[in-house]
Design a protein around this ligand. Structure first.
Ligand code: PHE
Ligand code: NA
Length: 446
């Protein structure tokens, strides 16, 4: 065991850290726009089902590997594989995860930068009295301005990397302890406010009354990818956090709490967003701009709109901050694993992510016509493929490793739920999660 590795100081700190990783753009930006494009309630039903049958058991698998290995993801995988007499090539799964979070962080930072821009704009009262056409045009103008977008992207990445450089106990934990409770408070206020709008009833119907005819293999694939993304599962990112998990903490209980909090945030955000969308007679299938265009328009016409809008973007920024820290951690841990110090490791990653992020920035202007794959521009590509393919593939490999390869004794101890709990988890992963992920991947891609 690596005694120099830091630990979360309390059980609560671990749950907060994992919740901080889970709750982010996925809940507040991605869930509403993907649900809006994929039939609302049908998507919600599928995604919650996938969270319970795949996301949650695989989340446990991932954290178990980190907790049993107590090393960086690559080293933990290699070490546990060797213990079981298996192939050390399993460690490349850690590298695949680092590549996945690298792709995700590159656009995550850009979109989080949008929320910085919008936070500043709404605090300045820029949306007050603006017409829907003006607000729409303002967003278009912002997307067409790579300079401003780059500035926000740079600022956000700097915020992320300064916390990561400070290390787990000092950096991540303090931040999470402060931000997560604040986030729930703000979100409850927003949802309470949404309940007073005219669109509330329609938003509930849109979110909770599924039209089963809308189910296609592609909708199912989107929902599965989203379940992995929103729980931060499949990229060895939670594996890195698991390495810092204290002894004597039941993993199913911790993971269950995180999944419930994550679904809760998506629901509250969805209710808040769709209430104002419907109150204003707008289109839920608007795409990635949904939140950024419809909310300022909607709030501009509502009492205290500028204040609520500022609260909303502040909330989003805080949530994305704690997630992006988790996205960076496995890359930093990987470089630390090959001997770099934390500071230089963080700097190397920051520069690389920043550069690739520029490709997303320019996808809205200079590079708009560059379509590297299947007619998608770089931004579309990097927001789709890593989430809907890399995460499920990584999650599948993680599940196979935890349920079939690593020593059962280590797995049992790392799950910390007794022999019966362990057997139940293993049956679920072996005979439900693994086959289901395979079937959905194959059906969706085909
Ligand atoms: N779960 C985060 C969100 O919902 C995104 C994320 C994905 C974070 C993968 C870490 C790893 O925004
Ligand atoms: Na999430």
């Amino acid at each position: 065991m690596n005694e120099t590795l830091e630990r979360w100081t309390t059980r609560r700190a671990f749950i907060l850290a994992v919740t901080g990783a889970a709750v982010g753009l996925g809940n507040i930006w991605r869930f509403p726009y993907i649900a809006g494009e994929n039939g609302g309630a049908v998507f919600l039903l599928l995604y919650v089902t996938f969270v319970l049958l795949l996301g949650l058991p695989v989340m446990m698998a991932e954290i178990m590997i980190g907790r049993a290995g107590r090393r960086s993801p690559m080293q933990s995988l290699g070490h546990l594989a060797a213990l079981a007499g298996g192939s050390r090539h399993w460690r490349w799964l850690g590298l695949f995860g680092a590549f996945t979070v690298f792709c995700i962080l590159s656009f995550y930072s850009v979109v989080s930068g949008w929320s910085i821009e919008f936070l500043v704009a709404s605090v300045n009262g820029n949306f007050v009295g603006a017409s829907p056409a003006e607000i729409g045009a303002g967003f278009e103008a912002f997307l067409a301005d790579p300079g401003r977008m780059t500035l926000n992207h740079t600022f956000f990445l700097f915020m992320t990397m300064s916390v990561v450089a400070a290390g787990v106990a000092k950096g991540l934990e303090k931040l999470n302890n402060l931000l997560m409770p604040l986030l729930y408070l703000l979100l409850l206020m927003l949802a309470g406010y949404a309940a007073t709008t005219d669109g509330f009833g329609q938003a509930l119907a849109w979110l909770f009354m599924p039209d089963v005819a809308a189910v296609t293999p592609l909708v199912v694939l989107h929902a599965m990818g989203h379940a992995f993304f929103t729980l931060a599962v499949g990229a060895c990112a939670l594996m890195a956090y698991g390495a810092y998990m204290p002894d004597h903490q039941s993993l199913p209980r911790a993971a269950g709490a995180v999944a419930l909090l994550d679904i809760g945030v998506a629901l509250l955000a969805g209710i808040a967003i769709f209430s104002v969308v419907f109150a204003q007679g707008m289109d839920p299938g608007e795409g990635p701009g949904l939140m950024f265009v419809t909310l300022p328009i909607a709030f501009a016409e509502l009492p205290w709109g500028a204040l609520w809008l500022s609260v909303f973007f502040l909330l989003l920024l805080l949530a994305t901050w704690t997630s992006s820290i988790n996205l960076a951690e496995p890359m930093v841990a990987t470089l630390q694993g090959i001997g770099l110090k934390r500071g230089p490791a963080t700097a190397v990653i920051a520069v690389a992510v920043w550069l690739v992020g520029l490709l997303s920035v320019f996808s809205f202007s200079t590079l708009a016509e560059w379509r590297p794959l299947a007619g998608m521009n770089f931004f579309d590509l990097v927001t789709t493929v890593p989430t809907e393919i890399f995460l499920p593939v990584g999650g599948l490999a993680i599940a196979i490793f935890a349920a079939w390869v690593m020593p059962a004794q280590s797995a049992l101890r790392a799950l910390d739920a007794g022999p019966a709990g362990f057997r139940a988890w293993r049956v679920l992963v072996r005979w439900v999660s693994i086959p289901l992920t395979l079937v959905v991947l194959v059906a969706g891609l085909w």
